[in-house]
Ligand binder design. Structure first.
Ligand SMILES: [Zn+2]
Length: 331
């Protein structure tokens, strides 16, 4: 998320915050991805262990902060592709890779699809996305120069990968679901702008775009679990809370104040398609003090919270994907 740093600086001042189960691409060649068998009880699809496995890889020092065009983000790209492949999420284009044309370095969005099962509704599309890039290496602090980007945005990437795994293995969606991991968000929303433009030119029948950003730590003292940007622009919160059967999605005044609606990848789809496009987030400027710093490390992330968010959002996505009409409407 691109937030005006001086604003953030002000706010912070004010508030004064192993090798892994997955075979990594650096071992070369095609590998099938196996993740710890989920010890999920009936109603929770993912759990903190699964979330932790993915997060520990994406936010590891090996990936050097996943800067666009870097070797580190290339490792992340391969990892996501293998993940999609392993859970029957098909490439949206000829391959999973969508090469962006608006950045100086070769960079790729990773785009997969789980086609809808209904003969009519499958021609309506929902984009579920998150940016998987971060800012790479920065000025060292106590010798640490890697901005690991655990919260920003390995957390959103991990949640979208787990949602893709759910629908890839369950196929419970009537509308078609496009899972998009964007590159070059930190360079100015370049990856999502490229993809939104391309899909628009291809006349994609987009219903809504749901983006996930900085969901690594829980909100404190709120009567809802996650907020959406652009809360007043559509009835998404209402519809989501209906399917969640609780006050899952709420309104964060600061998000409006700082116009976060325009600062993440939902905005590119808003601009191109003019459909309901929102970002889900649990970062509220008070609960995390390492934005764009070397301290944005995986051990500060709350895997239980992230697993709970995914497990609570899945029935919402299912409801939205299967409703007979497009309930989410712009206001
Ligand atoms: Zn971000």
């Amino acid at each position: 998320m691109k937030i005006l740093l001086h604003t953030l600086g002000l706010i912070l001042l004010m508030n004064c915050g192993s090798t892994q189960m997955v075979q990594t691409p650096s071992q070369g060649g095609e590998q099938s991805v196996t993740v710890n068998p989920a010890k999920s009880d009936e109603d929770s699809f993912t759990n903190s262990e699964r979330i932790g496995d993915i997060m520990k890889y994406l936010a590891s020092d090996d990936l050097k902060g996943r800067d666009s065009g870097s070797e580190g983000i290339e490792m992340a790209a391969k990892y996501i592709e293998n993940y999609f492949k392993s859970y029957q999420v098909k490439p949206y284009f000829d391959s999973y890779r969508d090469t962006i044309t608006n950045y100086k370095e070769p960079s790729y969005n990773i785009v997969g699809i789980v086609e809808g099962s209904d003969p009519d509704l499958k021609n309506e599309y929902i984009v579920i996305g998150a940016h998987y890039d971060h800012i790479g290496t920065i000025a060292p602090e106590n010798g640490d120069y890697i901005a690991n980007g655990a919260n920003d945005n390995a957390s959103g990437t991990t949640s979208v990968m787990e949602m893709a795994r759910y629908f890839g293995t369950h196929k419970t969606n009537k509308r078609s679901l496009i899972f998009a991991l964007f590159t070059a968000e930190e360079k100015g929303l370049l990856g999502s702008e490229h993809l939104a433009k391309k899909l628009h030119e291809q006349n994609l029948n987009l219903y809504t775009m749901l983006n996930f950003e900085m969901i690594g730590v829980p909100l404190q003292g709120k009567d809802y679990f996650v907020y959406i940007t652009g809360y007043n622009r559509s009835n998404l919160a209402e519809i989501s809370n209906g399917y969640a059967d609780e006050e899952l999605v709420g309104f964060l005044p600061t998000a409006k104040e700082y116009n976060l609606y325009q600062r993440s990848d939902n905005y590119a789809f808003h601009k191109e398609f003019g459909v309901p496009s929102h970002t889900f987030c649990t970062f509220d400027f008070t609960n995390f003090g390492h934005y764009h710093k070397v301290g944005d490390e995986v051990d500060l992330m709350d895997f239980d919270h992230m697993a709970t968010l995914v497990n609570k959002v899945l029935p919402v996505l299912e409801g939205i994907a299967n409703a007979s009409t497009q309930e989410i409407q712009l206001k």
